[in-house]
Design a protein around this ligand. Structure first.
Ligand code: NAP
Length: 301
């Protein structure tokens, strides 16, 4: 069994991104700039934003944080998005989710210019990905694609089971995997996975175990700790665990630990490759936001 080390792979990609940024600066260009909008004081969101800003600093991307109180109304947030769309000094920006319940995430995301949508969540970017057009792919599927490519795990002709159908992970992941890879332009898109036969599963799927047992690669993004058990995994499979759920753990100093969707201890011995949680998909997601920002910078420059 080989552990897919997202932490190490992400550090390698950060070094590559830093070299690219340094080359742009040496050629007299300005540094790439990422805007990060955060509304309110959700502790998990604040941690994610802090991690993203730290990662930006490491590669030389300027991160500009726009912190709004959770009393902000939808019109004010929309106006903030409009300003960021037209701010030529910002290459891309994200609106950290979730938003407070009085604001429609759908309306906010729809207002983002897709060329600056470095989270890859606008209907335009998702639609372009479906059509095989140059697009910005959401960070988690991009990160998983990079991980598979860098470990030389082929997807062509393989049966990939994706558990989860969210707009942010499951759906775009399935699209990338079933695409003809040559339709994705190298400068604009994620690493080339594709040509797989994909089955998408969700909470209403029947016979999940039987479906998983026919998989070469299983990607679980359900947010259900320990969902994927050893008796659901064929010998020699590759398992990618996207899940991150905080579960109470009195033994941990924080009072909780992060749990994946895979029963790692029992599944890992059956696998050819498997991602750990933490240290697998998580770091790849953060570094992919940086890759997307550089992609947007290269388009705008
Ligand atoms: P989501 O929007 O809640 O979607 C979860 C999906 O899983 C839904 O499609 C749901 O089915 C399906 N599902 C839930 N329980 C299931 C079950 N028992 N059997 C089969 N399918 C089931 O979640 P998400 O945003 O995609 O995130 C999923 C997990 O990944 C969460 O733990 C999240 O924290 C984590 N995540 C991690 C990263 C990272 O960087 N590592 C990034 C993003 C998300 P229905 O559609 O039928 O409800």
């Amino acid at each position: 069994m080989i552990l897919l080390d997202g932490k190490y792979t992400a550090s390698q990609i950060r070094a590559e991104l830093k070299a690219k940024v340094d080359a742009f600066l040496a050629a007299g260009h300005r540094a790439p700039c990422l805007g990060i909008v955060i509304v309110g004081h959700n502790p998990a969101s604040e941690t994610y934003v802090a991690n993203k800003m730290k990662a930006c600093a490491e590669v030389g991307i300027v991160a500009r944080k726009i912190a709004l109180e959770d009393t902000v109304d939808e019109a004010e947030l929309l106006s903030c998005v409009t300003q960021l769309n037209s701010d030529a000094s910002i290459d891309g920006f994200i609106v950290q989710l979730p938003l407070p319940p009085h604001i429609s995430e759908q309306r906010i995301l729809s207002a983002i210019d897709y060329r600056k949508d470095v989270d890859g969540l606008t209907a335009e970017n998702i639609g372009r990905t479906v059509q095989g057009l140059p697009s910005i792919v959401s960070a988690t599927p991009r990160g998983i694609s990079e991980l598979l490519c860098r470990y030389h795990i082929p997807t062509e002709g393989k049966h990939v089971v994706v558990i989860g159908r969210s707009n942010i992970v499951g759906k775009p992941m399935a699209i990338l995997l079933m695409q003809r890879p040559y339709l994705l332009l190298p400068k604009m898109s994620a690493a080339a996975v594709g040509n797989a036969t994909v089955t998408i599963c969700h909470s209403k799927t029947q016979h999940l175990k039987d479906i998983c047992l026919t998989a070469d690669i299983i990607i679980v993004a359900a947010g259900s700790p320990g969902l994927l058990k050893a008796d659901m995994v064929p010998e020699g499979a590759t398992v990618i665990d996207v899940g991150i759920t905080r579960v109470d753990d009195p033994a941990s100093p924080k009072g909780y630990r992060l749990a994946g969707d895979v029963d790692f201890e029992n599944v890992a011995p059956k696998c050819a490759y498997i991602t750990p949680v933490p240290g697998g998909v998580g770091p790849m997601t953060i570094v992919s936001l940086l890759s997307n920002t550089l992609q947007a910078y290269e388009i705008h420059r």
